[in-house]
Design a protein around this ligand. Sequence first.
Ligand code: NDP
Ligand code: GDP
Length: 326
Amino acid sequence: MSRRALITGITGQDGAYLAQFLLERDYEVHGMVRRASTESFERIAPFRDSVALHQADLLDQLSIITLMRDVRPHEVYNLAAQSFVPTSWLQPLLTGEFTALGVTRMLEAVRLIDPEIRFYQASSSEMFGQVREEPQNEQTAFWPRSPYGVAKVYGHWITVNYRESYDIFACSGILFNHESPLRGKEFVTRKITDAVARIKLGVQDKLMLGNLDAMRDWGFAGDYVRAMWLMLQQETPDDYVVATGQKHSVREFAELAFGHVGLDYRDYVEIDPAFFRPAEVNTLRGDASKAQAELGWETEVSFERLITMMVDADMERVRREIAGRG
Ligand code: NDP
Ligand code: GDP
């Protein structure tokens, strides 16, 4: 009998990679989607017919309980969230409802329907914020710098608390930034690779960015969903940092992305103070040695390969868009 997985946030970047990963392992995959007047199933289009989608919302407790009762999953991956840091200053309450209390609603449904369900919570390196040490590991103290980071700290601790209070198999994966051709276009990596393609193909002139000196530990989303799954296959639940252990600046990312198509980023990138943040996370670099030792997890895609993969995918997509217009 195949195992059943329920993914919240299946229409997002990680949801799409994780669904594909689980389908390849013969899982029956169920996805929670919120109701919208226009469907946004673009990322899961290639395997849309192989997954079962159900309407529910992180804001609505009863909808989550009903979903859990109907699907009766063996594993739940809670990836849904308001995930964009700048939006969390514009909508701090909504961010708290989705990204913080949404986790409790999911855990309450697990507790009520079947406490044997294995639960994964998508925690974030943004919890480290103003970093207390480098590199950051599972013991590093949190100092979140945005309403998003604060909400994720709540999500992390409520996951730990349900494990300790109710013996639920609940894991918190503290994932550092991970990107792919499916990354949302407002995040800096995809914003850059999309602009590189559009500039190279003559449909955009400039790229406006904020803090070029910010440093991140960027990995490939396809590698990171494997770590999520591995966490739920262990004998005991635990929390793990997932990261590459290397950091690069936004400037370096832009230099390599433009360089890949023979352009110099300095000719196209301009600074727009509108993209500076009220409080910045200047630098992040993770220590994933626990995940490596206990899960046998390794990152397979390098920083350079990630950039060329993203630029190539955007070049192809923008070319198709231009051809479609003509
Ligand atoms: P995305 O922003 O691409 O996807 C977010 C998903 O959440 C979408 O499917 C969205 O649905 C869904 N969602 C948002 N609000 C609700 C709601 N109220 N009810 C139901 N669904 C909702 O995020 P990623 O795939 O990049 O990230 C996955 C998770 O991992 C997130 O929790 C994120 O915060 C966390 N994370 C991500 C990192 C990264 O670098 N990518 C790093 C660390 C943590 P819709 O399509 O309807 O908008
Ligand atoms: P985050 O780490 O989850 O906030 O991921 P982002 O990709 O949104 O941002 C990563 C870093 O890039 C942050 O330190 C931003 O300040 C910096 N950055 C610089 N310019 C931009 C920009 O134009 N857009 C975004 N999203 N981030 C930018």
